[in-house]
Design a protein around this ligand. Structure first.
Ligand code: FES
Length: 104
């Protein structure tokens, strides 16, 4: 597992953008729940790290598409799913599987 960020670098109900193998990954802190999504909005690729962020909904700022943070799908069209990455939290760090990071 590779350290990709410190947990305390991700503001509560905020985000941190990291680049892994030249791919942008948005880390979100949703009331203490940390998730990792492909930073590119499935609509037109805007930065999801810059979204309106709440515990249950991440809303892209560009055209206001909303994504459910639990199902990781578009609220309006559940067939549209965000690409997300499994992470682990350990010793204050967010860890991502190195195999996954090299496959990105
Ligand atoms: S680019 Fe995100 S809603 Fe259009």
């Amino acid at each position: 597992m590779k350290k990709i960020a410190k947990i305390d670098e991700i503001p509560r109900n905020g985000s941190k953008l990291v680049m892994i193998n030249n791919k942008p990954i948005a880390l979100f802190n949703l009331e203490g729940r940390i998730i990792a999504w492909d930073n590119r909005c499935p609509h037109r690729g805007a930065s999801l790290a810059d979204s309106h962020i709440s515990e249950d909904i991440i809303q892209c700022k560009f055209h206001l598409w909303e994504f459910d943070t639990h199902s990781e799908c578009s609220v309006a069209n559940p067939a549209i799913k965000i690409k997300s990455y499994p992470i682990e939290l350990k010793d204050g760090y967010v860890l991502l599987d190195e195999k996954i990071t090299s496959d990105l």
